[in-house]
Write a protein that binds this ligand. Structure first.
Ligand code: RIB
Ligand code: CA
Length: 321
């Protein structure tokens, strides 16, 4: 029996990789997916989530459509970092008849927490709007969630401004309310570590060599992100931020976590910034989160690739030794 999880996401290439890893690893029991606007509009992120479930032969897993707009009732800027369709221009490679459930994602999240109090590990790997709305709907929601693992924020950098990461920047009030909600355990996995595990050109070529439907799909959907990073940073790597959250749940030794007090700036020039105060030094030791400070990149790649492409385990471990 795997660890029961729900993934709230904005697929998105790296969200797709997180979902694929969760589906492929026996330690994880993916119960449901919730969609939110982010890497694309809600239509695209919802359809892409349905496509990924279908691609992995898991149309049995329900997907609940979430929020199209942020808590401020404005459509956040979507970041076509992954092409106009959110999957690097390759969403058309997967066709599916699977439909989203009728129930809204926020209603589902509150119901799931009430039905299985203390059991669910919740992943927030898009803007935090759905989760903030669940907290507003049921103030006890955070206490009924075993732990929340968030891809967002950073201590030292940003990708939407010099200081703000996209998920927190897109709906900063939601990020603030989630951070202050009092979850039993909140793990923030931000750009400080996720930037270090971007998919390199060498690994992408490995996927091309494997020549399976799934390896070719991942090779294709990651091309746009690599081209974008080459143009903007002269780095031939494709962003893979979200997948590190699932890898962490599978093997917690991949990350070095530090207790911290994390505050979110919800307006002004620094909107979306996460202020990471290690050990709560500036707030008399009061901490509300665990901050991912370091990542074992080689251990991450070994876990990711040998899990998804088990049939190539020997070649992968030989290359990554
Ligand atoms: O800043 C990276 C985050 O924003 C990732 O979750 C990516 O998918 C986008 O949602
Ligand atoms: Ca995402």
């Amino acid at each position: 029996m795997g660890i029961p999880i729900i993934i709230d996401c904005d697929p998105g290439v790296d969200d797709a990789l997180a979902i694929i890893l969760a589906l492929k690893h026996p330690k994880i029991d993916l119960k449901a997916i919730c969609s939110v606007t982010g890497n694309g509009d809600l239509h695209n992120t919802t359809n892409n989530g349905l496509k990924i479930l279908s691609l992995c032969g898991r149309e049995d897993i329900p997907l609940y459509r979430g929020s199209a707009k942020g808590l401020d009732d404005k459509q956040p800027d979507t970041v076509p970092a992954f092409g106009d369709d959110g999957l690097g221009g390759y969403a058309h490679m997967v066709q599916t008849d699977k439909k989203a459930e009728e129930e809204h994602a926020v209603d589902f999240l509150v119901r799931a927490a009430n039905e299985k109090p203390g059991e669910i590990t919740l992943f927030a790997i898009g803007p935090c709007t759905n989760i903030a709305k669940a907290i507003r709907k049921d103030k006890e929601f955070p206490k009924k969630i075993k732990r929340i693992i968030v891809m967002g924020g950073s201590k030292y950098t940003g990708n939407m401004s010099p200081v703000a990461e996209y998920n927190f920047w897109a709906d900063p009030l939601a990020a603030k309310e989630v951070m202050e909600a009092g979850f039993h355990e909140l793990v923030m996995i931000g750009l400080d570590v996720t930037n270090k595990i971007a998919l390199g050109a060498d690994i992408r070529e490995m996927l091309r060599i494997f020549d399976t439907d799934l390896s070719k799909f991942i090779y294709n959907i990651t091309r746009e992100g690599l081209d974008d990073n080459w143009k903007s940073r002269r780095k031939p790597v494709s962003p893979m931020h979200d997948v590190l959250t699932v890898a962490y749940l599978i093997d917690e030794s991949i990350l070095t976590l530090k207790k911290a007090h994390i505050g979110i700036v919800d307006e002004g020039i620094a909107k979306g910034q996460s202020i990471v105060d290690i050990n709560g030094h500036w707030v008399n030791g009061e901490c509300n989160a665990l901050y991912a400070a370091e990542v074992d990149v080689n251990k991450f790649y070994k876990l990711l690739l040998t899990t998804i492409f088990k049939e190539h385990e020997e070649e992968i471990l030989d290359y990554l030794k």
